[in-house]
Design a protein around this ligand. Structure first.
Ligand SMILES: NC(=O)c1ccc[n+]([C@@H]2O[C@H](COP(=O)([O-])OP(=O)(O)OC[C@H]3O[C@@H](n4cnc5c(N)ncnc54)[C@H](OP(=O)(O)O)[C@@H]3O)[C@@H](O)[C@H]2O)c1
Length: 242
């Protein structure tokens, strides 16, 4: 097992690729805190994950929620080995139709939320801890309608470059994990036509499975990647690479 005895925090871990990652982390021996805004969805996920999972309800864009999360972790486990910041938001808004509200939501969750998810965890992060931010292939290859979302995800790569330098003495690894189109709840609501389009534009000709992100997350979380920091690992069926 690759994460025996480790403590992981997975934001947005009540669904999708983060839930799949929490499941893998537990299978590899970790104790995992999962978060999300909807209490009932979160509780259901925690129940499914079993005794090695602990739900803490909260919104990553709310500072008091993050404070509560880390206070629970500190009281119960004392420190963190793996932080997977996965909670994200985005909406389809082509240039010319972008609304102020949507910009605020997207920046608040993807950028502000990620920054403070990490900053507020710092006192608890152990030497050698792995921090994984959730980017997106559309930060690098334009998908019309997702410019604001893509820009917030592109910013994450910049953040890890700074944090590695600024926190050099802490021996924390920072990496970005960037999915392509993964078959989660976020994509389930799309029309069949759009889903087929997403399959067609990926060189591998299909959507990714949440567990295909989870195995990459285990790699970045574990000592298998102990000399890997500052990278962006694409798990996108080649979409952003061509
Ligand atoms: N699926 C893809 O194709 C794809 C591609 C590239 C990148 N990504 C990124 O991967 C991450 C996960 O996506 P997914 O497709 O797995 O989504 P998902 O299935 O919709 O799950 C999102 C999870 O995040 C939680 N969440 C959303 N906003 C939150 C907030 N403000 N605070 C705390 N939790 C929040 C949701 O629970 P609540 O709603 O209850 O809060 C849910 O548990 C996101 O960052 C997304 O941008 C996804």
């Amino acid at each position: 097992m690759k994460l025996t005895g480790k403590v992981a925090v997975v934001t947005g871990g009540s669904s999708g690729l983060a839930l799949a990652s929490a499941r893998r982390f537990i299978a590899e021996g970790a104790f995992v805190y999962i978060t999300g805004r909807r209490a009932e969805v979160l509780e259901k996920a925690a129940k499914e994950l079993g005794a090695q999972a602990r739900p803490v309800q909260g919104d990553v864009s709310r500072m008091d929620d993050l404070d509560r999360l880390y206070s629970v972790v500190q009281q119960e486990r004392g420190s963190i080995d793996v932080l997977f910041a996965s909670a994200g938001a985005g909406a389809w808004q082509p240039m010319g139709t972008i609304s102020e509200d949507q910009v605020d939501i997207t920046l608040n969750v993807n950028l502000k939320g990620t920054i403070f998810t990490v900053q507020k965890a710092l006192p608890l992060l152990n030497p050698g801890a792995s921090v994984i931010l959730t980017g997106s292939a559309v930060a690098h290859r334009a998908f019309p309608g997702l410019s604001v979302y893509g820009a917030t995800k592109a910013a994450l790569r910049s953040l890890v470059r700074y944090w590695i330098v600024e926190l050099k003495d802490r021996q924390i690894r920072f990496n970005v994990l960037s999915p392509g189109s993964i078959d989660t709840a976020a994509l389930a609501s799309l029309s069949e036509e759009m889903r087929n389009h997403l399959k067609a534009i990926a060189p591998m000709g299909r959507l990714g499975e949440p567990d295909e992100i989870a195995t990459a997350a285990v790699f970045l979380a574990s000592d298998d990647s102990k000399y890997v920091t500052g990278t962006e690992l694409f798990v996108d069926g080649g979409y952003g690479q061509i």
